[in-house]
Design a protein around this ligand. Structure first.
Ligand code: NAD
Length: 462
């Protein structure tokens, strides 16, 4: 794998201030595949200065020209799709087909939506005797996780560029090669020097320095709720804008009138894809007690099929965390029906697709985000009970409702405390706002809602 030994700052790859590096490891075979610089607070400062210097010109660039750069960026990403997929497979362990369609395909589509939105969004509106200007917030500090490494970068960088903001990106330490490839694509797309800057490094060093930097106007963070809480506190103290996309424990509610087999099969696939490392995964399946045993049987059969196909989880540390949760599920009395804590392979950080039945709503595996291929199946007695269980966690990121009648599913979805609900297996929409209720976050990404996160308003009265 190609790795740059510098940081992309002010339009060029430059050496980092320090000598420290981060080793990038392939989670499928535990081989080191590259080394990238571990940037420091000094590097972050250089990058923020470059972004600030580039801000006035980029903010004043007509939206049509910003749209043209975003269209060029989409085209470069599309031309390098195979390379993106290979890089994500190498550093995250994603199976090649999934890497192509989702890890490479989705961000290309999202970049395309922002090329269009930049060209068509109204950056000015009339309200009575006022003209309201929607202006870029300024310099953005973007901090991203490893689970969808390119998607999470594009979901921040594309709307920020469309809005006229400049950025410094600190990607996850486990997946910096995808971020370097993205920086090359930004460069090839002709985005002016300093508008986008990349500092690889540790979260507690480079990430923290970026979140705390007084030259950053908005911190946009995707990652764990624990780190999000810290970043929110730092940003709050500085009266700085903050957007947080955090964890989830989403409910897949199967109402009695639903097509049970379909709902269970799609539900299992949703949890197992990306080895369960999806913040919006439907990790709690809620089934009526009359259909419970049948659902458990269906889920067991469906999960067993993923044994050979599933990729590893991202790191040894994460594997240990997921296995710890599986052990906790057993010790707290849930019934393990498939999978378990043992590692299914000699090499690589794999976790067996795991399903727990007889899960009660209050136990740890029904409340905390596991971020691995682990499904919990909970029983409900009636719709009110299902709603209480569905809404009974600190999270509220996504969810699903299945029913024979679409209106019945929608009526239930309206009562869920969550940011997105898929009705009878509804398709992913790259323009739909994505983000959390409750402790799943603050703000929305994607589409026009994602764009407005990077804008602030000024009213002119006439
Ligand atoms: P993490 O919070 O440990 O890391 C995320 C990013 O923050 C990384 O770039 C990391 O280096 C950085 N970071 C770590 N400590 C920091 C600090 N003190 N200051 C500043 N930056 C810091 O999370 P992770 O383990 O990489 O990702 C998994 C988590 O992310 C899961 O909980 C998952 O639900 C969540 N997630 C949420 C969404 C969403 O859109 N809501 C999407 C993906 C992942």
């Amino acid at each position: 794998m190609k790795a740059h030994d510098g940081l992309y700052i002010d339009g060029a790859w430059r050496p980092a201030e320090g000598q420290d590096v981060i080793e990038v490891v392939n989670p499928a075979d535990e081989q080191v595949i590259g080394r990238v610089p571990a940037g420091t607070a000094l590097d972050v400062d250089t990058a923020v200065r470059a972004a600030r210097a580039a801000l006035p010109a980029w903010a004043a660039t007509p939206p049509a020209e910003r749209a043209a750069r975003l269209a060029a960026l989409r085209d470069v990403l599309a031309a390098r799709k195979d390379e993106i997929a290979e890089t994500v497979t190498a550093e995250l362990g994603a199976p090649p087909q999934f890497a192509q369609t989702v890890h490479a395909g989705v961000p290309i589509a999202v970049a395309g939506t922002y090329a269009e939105l930049a060209a068509t969004h109204s950056f000015e509106e009339k309200v009575g005797n006022s003209t309201v200007l929607h202006e870029p917030i300024g310099v953005v500090g973007a901090i991203t996780p490893w689970n969808y490494p390119l998607h999470q970068i594009v979901a921040k960088v594309a709307p920020a560029l469309a809005a006229g903001c400049t950025l410094v990106l600190k990607p996850a330490e486990d997946t910096p090669l995808t971020a370097q490839l993205f920086a090359e694509a930004v460069h090839e797309a002709g985005v002016p020097a300093g508008v986008f800057n990349l500092v690889t490094g540790l979260g507690t060093v480079a990430g923290q320095a970026l979140a705390e930097h007084p030259g950053v106007d908005l911190v946009s963070f995707t990652g764990s709720t624990a780190v999000g809480r810290q970043i929110g506190a730092v940003a709050g103290a500085a009266v700085k804008r903050v957007a947080l996309e955090l964890g989830g424990k989403s409910a897949n509610v199967i109402l009695p009138s639903a097509d049970l087999a379909k709902a269970v099969n799609v539900g299992v696939a949703n949890v197992m894809s990306n080895s369960g490392q999806t913040c919006s995964a439907w990790t709690r399946m809620l089934v009526h007690s009359d259909q419970y045993d049948e659902a458990v049987e269906l889920a067991t059969a469906a999960a067993a099929k993923y044994g050979e196909r599933i990729g590893p989880v991202v790191s040894a540390k994460h594997q240990a965390r997921v296995r710890g949760y599986i052990e906790k599920g057993i010790s707290e009395g849930a019934r393990l029906v498939v999978g378990g804590p043992e590692s299914p392979r000699e090499k690589g950080w794999f976790v067996s697709p795991t399903v727990f039945a007889d899960v009660t709503p209050e136990i740890t595996i029904a409340q905390e985000e596991i971020f691995g291929p682990v499904l919990t199946i909970l029983r409900y007695e009636d719709e009110e009970d299902a709603l209480r269980i569905a809404n009974g966690t600190v999270y509220g990121l996504a969810g699903a409702v299945w029913a024979g009648d679409e209106a019945e599913a929608v009526a239930f979805a309206r009562r869920m405390d969550t940011g997105q609900v898929d009705i009878n297996g509804g398709r992913f929409n790259p323009l739909a706002p994505f983000g959390g209720y409750k402790q799943s976050g603050v703000g929305r990404e994607l589409g026009a809602h994602g764009l407005t996160e990077y804008l602030q308003t000024k009213s002119l009265q006439f």
